[in-house]
Design a protein around this ligand. Structure first.
Ligand SMILES: Cc1cc2nc3c(=O)[nH]c(=O)nc-3n(C[C@H](O)[C@H](O)[C@H](O)COP(=O)(O)OP(=O)(O)OC[C@H]3O[C@@H](n4cnc5c(N)ncnc54)[C@H](O)[C@@H]3O)c2cc1C
Length: 478
């Protein structure tokens, strides 16, 4: 019997697990995929929004501003990349100025600090690649960019270090209300728990509706992206947004914390909760719309495309509360954008709710910090030499595009909640993230995975499940 089971190991579930692990509580995260950060948390714009978008007084607005304020300290405590670069919302004509002004006013009302409306000259001085016909822009200096993988993994690793169990490849299939707590039926057996946190992303409506008469409905809203090579990474220095549309924040152009340029997303409502395929129309929209605000985009530098699904609840609001007719069942649903930004505050809100309900007592030995994978690039030449002398694996480059060493890959595999697939290694080390998109390094990474995990090459997958890469040997056909 667990005290709390969290369904979902995205940023919401991982942040809730980490905050909960400050208390004396027996908690577990159930995740249907083979790793954390396999849902929406791995495919988004990675912007730490300033907080002027969401309606004043909404939970979204409150948690956005709080999460933004918490992100810097969290990035230091948990050792993940975060840069407060600032953002600009581009206004192309005098006619649209009331909309820009409304964003400014809403931002001020939401408590966003440092907002300014800049004129054309000021914008172009800041960002020379913004289109010449720019009329004005809303500048938000508190906006930032983050590595969503490292944020999610860091939260989970720290929760694990503080005693939270993680069960991967464990899909919750059904939930039953019991006399005390809930029974969760999974593909790997039955779990009992006093409290449930429903942080299942686009599937959160399914679990809510299993226990409540008051139904909710989540639409997967797809966002397609193009990722450009690092050669294009300095095309803009800040995140460049369009004026928002009814369906969201529009197409943006942004640098990433790893030095690439990201262009997207679309906002296309679909039915399929697993429908993360990109489409030609989606790509066309991204390219056309991004060019409306930023000129000379080097689209020939695209190295990959991907899509993520926003968990759009019909009420367009975060639902973080105990379900009225299902005591002990806490929803963390409708966590669409700005969910990544808000996750530190979401974690605190969920933990506070449970602390109150369960009378939780703080632990004395909570470990507040965590160290990420050592990146030899951050060392001086002398330090790097010494490291290689001590551990020659740091002198063996596996991914040539991103210059990732064997030492980093071994660390990614051996650490708690370590990588078990090519994508797991990729999210932790960037091996395979570069220009060749793992064309060269995947066989070598697979060999390391097989050796470290005692697995056969036939069992190594791209991303768990049935995504095996080796399906036979050449000799089989002879
Ligand atoms: C296109 C796009 C752009 C975005 N841009 C930004 C941005 O720039 N800034 C920002 O702040 N936010 C952004 N967001 C929003 C942000 O990415 C999400 O709010 C956040 O990642 C949601 O995290 P989550 O943990 O709630 O959901 P998820 O990351 O989806 O996690 C849910 C987890 O539950 C698991 N799960 C589901 N069903 C089951 C089951 N039956 N059993 C066990 N496990 C299960 C899934 O596998 C998944 O790992 C964007 C989203 C999209 C799609």
């Amino acid at each position: 019997m667990y005290d709390v089971i969290i369904i979902g190991g995205g940023v919401s579930g991982a942040a809730a697990a980490r905050e909960l692990s400050r208390y004396q509580v027996k908690a577990c995260v159930l995740e249907k995929e083979e790793d954390v950060c396999c849902g929406t948390s791995k495919a988004n714009s990675a912007i730490v929004h300033a907080g002027y978008d969401a309606a004043t007084g909404s939970l979204m607005a409150k948690l956005n501003v709080q999460g933004n304020e918490m992100m810097e300290q969290l990035s230091k405590d948990l050792d993940f990349p975060f840069q407060r670069r600032g953002s600009l919302v581009i206004c192309l004509s005098e006619e649209d100025m009331p909309e820009l002004q409304a964003l400014y006013d809403r931002g001020v009302a939401n408590g966003v600090k440092g907002l300014q409306i800049l004129n054309r000259e000021e914008v172009l001085e800041m960002e020379p690649n913004v289109v010449d016909q720019v009329y004005a822009a809303l500048y938000a200096p508190t906006a930032g960019i983050v590595c969503p993988f490292h944020l999610n993994i860091a939260l989970a690793e720290n929760a694990y270090a503080n005693g939270v169990d993680f069960r991967f490849n464990t899909e919750v299939l059904d939930i039953k209300k019991m006399e005390e707590g809930y029974e969760l039926i999974t593909n790997r057996g039955i779990y009992h728990t006093r409290y449930v946190v429903n942080a299942a992303g686009v599937y959160a409506d399914r679990f809510h509706n299993m226990v409540s008469e008051h139904k909710i409905h989540i639409t997967p809203r797809r966002g397609d992206y193009c990722l450009l090579d690092k050669r294009a990474g300095t095309h803009v220095s800040r995140t460049i947004f369009s004026l928002p549309t009814k369906k969201g924040k529009g197409v943006l152009v942004t640098p990433t914390v790893h030095g690439n340029l990201l262009v997207g997303p679309t906002a296309i409502d679909i039915e399929d909760k697993e429908g993360t395929n990109t489409t030609k129309e989606g790509m066309d929209q991204v390219i056309t719309k991004a060019g409306q605000n930023v000129k000379n985009l080097p689209m020939r530098q695209v190295i990959t495309s991907f899509a993520g699904l926003r968990a759009h609840e019909d009420g367009h609001e975060f639902i973080i509360e105990e379900v009225e007719d299902a005591k002990g069942f806490i929803d963390c649903a409708g966590i669409e954008s700005p969910g990544l930004t808000s996750c530190p505050a979401i974690g605190v809100m969920v933990a506070d709710l449970l602390k109150e309900k369960m009378g939780l007592v703080k632990k004395e030995n909570f470990i507040a910090t965590r160290k990420g994978i050592l990146d030899p690039d951050t060392l001086s030449k002398e330090e790097r030499k010494a490291l290689i002398k001590e551990n020659p694996a740091y002198g063996n480059i596996i991914c040539r595009c991103e210059m990732v060493t064997e030492g980093e890959i071994i660390d990614a595999i051996r650490r708690p909640l370590g990588a078990r697939s090519l994508d797991g290694v990729k999210r932790r080390t960037r091996a395979g993230m570069g220009r060749c998109q793992s064309g060269f390094c995947s066989p070598r990474t697979m060999e390391i995975l097989a050796r470290e995990c005692g697995m056969s090459m036939f069992d190594i997958t791209k991303s768990g499940g049935k995504s095996q890469i080796v399906v036979g040997t050449n000799k089989d056909v002879l």
